[in-house]
Write a new protein. Structure first.
Length: 321
């Protein structure tokens, strides 16, 4: 939802709203997406609503504000947004003092959780959508696309028919919709292309170039609504709680397990560098160690040797000359 300047003026103290609007205009000129601009606006509006004098006492206000968040994800998001805002304020000479309001504060370490599913579990999940209904056809096609490519949910939900090339079996994530602001073309399998074609064929022709994965009336389909449906499907399949991002994790792990190389995974998932991709590689290494331990080849051989009345070890006698 787009935040209008008038809404910010109503919710912020006089003087502060102008500063926030100048900052948002600066970020927008830098090419940030509308969704990110909205996130900045909502966070700053909340901050200055709690601390109207935050521009005069930025250090104290930030310290008090950040103590409200124990969850690492919430804390890190707010410290990142505040840092960008105060960096800009300092460059514009808008706050007093030479010390940065966030000096000495660092992001908290997040214990990431990557959902690991077996292929048989993924197959069970794909059987849950009702293919006699539009929503079921849409959900099944979207699941196939995410598992096939690892595309981010928000990127998938902003695809339009022109981004889909059935003859080449590929989709294009435009720069304007990509999280990294870098366009990329993703190959898709024949079954996924068929599912998307089926979805486009059951849609009313008058919808034209509206998003491929939209609601029943052609309006945008949100990430939160999609995640809720994935949660429901995972429950029906008797699996652990999954979200739309779980499908992205699954795509990366399945590709690596089937021999895909790390650079392919990095490019398909749109990682800016190899750091995030390494998390998935480490998990597949754990798979290898676990499977190796379960197989226990050398253990079995040694036990078999002992079972065949192998000669006992004898003490070596050393003859001194």
């Amino acid at each position: 939802m787009r935040v209008k300047n008038s809404e910010i003026r109503k919710s912020l103290p006089c003087g502060v709203s102008e500063t926030v609007n100048m900052f948002l205009t600066y970020k927008k000129a830098g090419g940030l997406s509308e969704r990110t601009i909205t996130d900045y606006a909502n966070m700053l509006r909340h901050f200055f609503k709690l601390y109207p004098g935050g521009m005069d006492t930025p250090r104290q206000s930030c310290l008090e504000y950040l103590t409200r968040y124990e969850n690492p994800y919430s804390y890190n998001q707010r410290i990142a947004y505040l840092k960008c805002f105060w960096d800009w304020c300092i460059s514009e000479d808008l706050i007093p003092g030479e010390k940065h309001p966030l000096a000495g504060l660092k992001k908290r370490k997040v214990q990431g959780r990557i959902v690991q599913l077996e292929e048989r579990e993924v197959a069970r999940l794909l059987k849950q959508p009702d293919l006699t209904r539009y929503t079921g056809i849409r959900d099944h096609a979207l699941m196939c696309l995410q598992i096939d490519t690892g595309i981010r949910p928000n990127e998938a939900l902003q695809l339009v028919p022109d981004d889909f090339k059935a003859d080449k079996q590929e989709i294009t994530v435009r720069a304007v919709t990509a999280k990294t602001r870098q366009a990329r073309t993703l190959p898709i399998s024949a079954p996924t292309a068929k599912e998307i074609l089926t979805l486009l064929q059951v849609r009313p022709k008058e919808w034209g170039n509206v998003n491929i994965f939209c609601s029943e009336n052609g309006s945008p389909f949100s990430v939160s609504a999609w995640s809720k449906r994935v949660v429901d499907y995972s429950k029906s399949a008797g699996l652990e709680r999954l979200t739309s991002y779980s499908l992205r994790h699954t795509a990366a792990l399945l590709l690596l397990r089937r021999g895909g190389n790390a650079f392919t995974v990095q490019r398909m998932l749109g990682h800016a560098d190899m750091q995030m991709t390494r998390h998935y590689i480490n998990l597949t290494c754990e798979d290898m160690r676990r499977n190796h331990s379960q197989a226990g080849v050398i253990n079995a051989l040694l036990l078999e040797e002992k079972g065949n009345n192998a000669p006992k070890m004898q003490r070596i006698r050393i003859i001194k000359k």
